[in-house]
Design a protein around this ligand. Structure first.
Ligand SMILES: Nc1ncnc2c1ncn2[C@@H]1O[C@H](COP(=O)(O)OP(=O)(O)OP(=O)(O)O)[C@@H](O)[C@H]1O
Length: 346
């Protein structure tokens, strides 16, 4: 797994040992993406994107395959040079962070391990380069739940174990900001539940957690905030609750017409159901339906909120915008490493 935050051998950690000893940047590790654009040749992978990520919260960075998530994260981590705009962590670009090790930890791809090396040795090499004691390595293996596999060859790890090893590597320097690309990939339901608790506890310590995923469902119960992009552009940003909007409820009663009238007086919109004895009612406050019915002397036989399907909403928001599927417009692979991709800029 490509990790950052633990590969900066020269500077060493400002803190080791306990998780809660992380150092704070001036603004608490806020991530700011401002008017960010990245072109590969003629192809616009990230298109004038702006959003911010607050400390103390888990933020889901969502979009279909090819939306531009990884490119944005790589820019944020100083691995790709933007064509225009800025990406900062704690007010400065990654290159300008004086103690990157304790500021940012990241895990981008769960593939980049020396297959013959044990998980523990992989972490020890990273730790040694950065002057982190071995005790921290064992703590991290414990933290991510793979102490038993620590001495096995990483090449034999399952995808889920690789993800956990990548997380351990990202956490070695006790960073204030954690940037994870598709960390739930390859995790079984129990692993996803574990990841949820892990990320929530890190956010509760005041850390900034940015997690990408191409499936809203996968992170729905983990994240506080969402940033949804499609075709490199921002589609929606806000709290996970703000995605839901008003709820629609199916209401059965003895006299739907009279209930509709009473609801209208209370400024609540409803439409008659197809079966003649129900209403479809739109409201932010389901209790209001019961209150209105009680005042009108009408019995409620059924009140059933229609589950607002966030996944449906996600598809609707990003519908038909997957430029990597079927339309043949996906660009040719180009070298994107910062400092080497100048020729690709337009
Ligand atoms: N180095 C590169 N050279 C050319 N095109 C690239 C390069 N890196 C990314 N792209 C293209 O930019 C677009 C965005 O890719 P990116 O990996 O950022 O998307 P993503 O949202 O992370 O997708 P996924 O969920 O599939 O990982 C894609 O069409 C991709 O093919």
């Amino acid at each position: 797994m490509r990790t950052t935050g633990c590969e900066d051998g020269g500077r060493g950690p400002a803190s080791t040992g306990k998780l809660t000893q992380m150092s704070a940047t001036a603004d608490g590790g806020r991530i700011e993406i401002t008017d960010l654009t990245k072109r590969f040749g003629d192809f616009v992978a990230v298109d004038n994107l702006s959003f911010s990520v607050a400390p103390g919260r888990v933020t889901g960075f969502l979009g279909p395959n090819g939306a531009g998530k990884t490119t944005t994260l790589r820019i944020l981590l100083g691995l790709v040079k933007p064509t225009a705009g800025t990406a900062t962590i704690g007010g400065v670009s990654y290159a300008g962070i004086s103690t990157p090790l304790t500021t940012v930890g990241s895990a981008l791809e769960a593939t980049n391990f020396h297959p013959g090396r044990s998980g523990r040795d992989h972490l020890r090499v990273l730790a040694a380069t950065a002057g982190i004691p071995d005790s921290r390595v064992d703590e991290m293996l414990e933290l991510v739940g793979i102490p038993a596999a620590a001495r096995q060859r990483a090449g034999g790890y399952s995808m889920g174990m690789r993800q956990r090893l990548g997380l351990a590597a990202a956490m070695l320097g006790d960073p204030q900001v954690l940037i994870l690309d598709e960390p739930a990939n390859g995790l079984d339901p129990e692993g996803i539940r574990w990841l949820r608790g892990f990320l929530r506890s890190l956010a509760a310590q005041g850390r900034t957690i940015l997690v990408s995923s191409h499936m809203l469902q996968e992170v729905e119960q983990t994240v506080d905030d969402v940033v949804i992009i499609s075709n490199g552009r921002l589609v929606r940003a806000g709290t996970i609750e703000s995605l839901h909007g008003p709820v629609t409820a199916l209401v059965r009663t003895s006299d739907p017409g009279r209930l509709a009238g009473a609801l209208r007086v209370a400024d609540v919109t409803s439409t008659p159901g197809a079966d003649g004895n129900s209403l479809s009612v739109q409201t932010d406050d389901l209790r209001l339906i019961g209150d209105v019915a009680l005042r009108a002397g009408l019995p409620i036989w059924q009140l059933q909120p229609q589950a607002s399907d966030l996944e449906e909403l996600f598809f609707a928001l990003t519908e038909g915008q997957n430029r990597n599927l079927g339309d043949g417009t996906a660009p040719q692979e180009q070298d994107a490493i910062a400092g080497q991709d100048g020729g690709n800029e337009k």
